[in-house]
Design a protein around this ligand. Sequence first.
Ligand code: DAH
Length: 357
Amino acid sequence: MEAPGNAERTGRFALNLAENLDELRRRFDAAVAGANDEQALESVRIAFLGRNGDVTKVRRSIGTLPASQRRDAGKTINDAVAAMEGRLDEAHTTLQARAFESELAASIDVSFPGIPPNLGSIHPVRRVIEQSCAYFGAHGFAVVVGPEAEPDYYNFDALNIPSDHPARESFDSFWLNDTMLLRPHTSPMQIRTMQEHRPPIAIVAPGKCFRRDAVDARHLFQFHQVEGLLVAEGIHFGHLKGMLTGLCRELFGSDQRVRFRPSYFPFTEPSAEVDTTCPKCKGSNSPCNMCGGSGWIELGGSGMVHPNVLREVGYDPERYSGWAFGFGVERLALSRYEVDDIRRFVNSDPDFLTQLA
Ligand code: DAH
């Protein structure tokens, strides 16, 4: 038999190549379709496109082709490889999506209880302020708020504490300059209110106060007070006692009692410190870590507004009289919630704060 001519031989090679690739491609497609995970897919890639893969072997056979055909054959193989790589990518994406879906299906349990959203809670100090204001509001008192930085006039002079008065020392203050300070109490609001309005005056003034106190279980350098002031004709100490007893019952329970201990404040005369029956031991005199066994806890200061203060704001002390008080809100909250350390109110621990909600 006559040996095939060049052209014929080349045609046969080309045909073989195409056949080979078609056959390879069928096997490849079947293998890809059967690969159920990434690892199987990778084995398919190696078997066909790897260094010793079937396609690579075919590529090597190009060398046996006549030079004139190598370019076309190379292109045919390159196209086939590109198509196979595309197919592998597709399969890879499909596998990933399938894996994600089955993971999702395995992790979703529709009967599982939902995660409740964290709604937060009102801070216990804020709650005591709100409750105190609501109590006084229900008795016709207005709630007023004022500046946290005050001139010494409102903070001291007008409250009958002239610059040489030793009581200034007891308010260990943060001074901003020679005359301005961060208020160490809410009493300046008495002056601001009385200067703006004529009697009768009935206000509560909650707000922040600042003192250069070392921080410990009972002291913060920034805290809150609630101030109260009632000025009208015929106001007497009994009114003060009645209102503060009512406040303590509102905050601590229905059987609270209130005790007034004689004291001294420059802006009241007479002055008294106010105690209420210990909300924990109820004054039973048993050993109690809240009141130290005395049966009473201290809330703050109070008294009948000093005539000098009334005169300072242009009120006639012969005609008008009034009472005032100032309580530490954190102190109220400590007692109310039976908390052992005042610092807990400022360390932003939601586990603690939400317990008191
Ligand atoms: N401002 C006082 C203080 O912080 C407390 C006080 C005492 C307020 C007597 C008053 C009052 O309104 O009448 O120590």
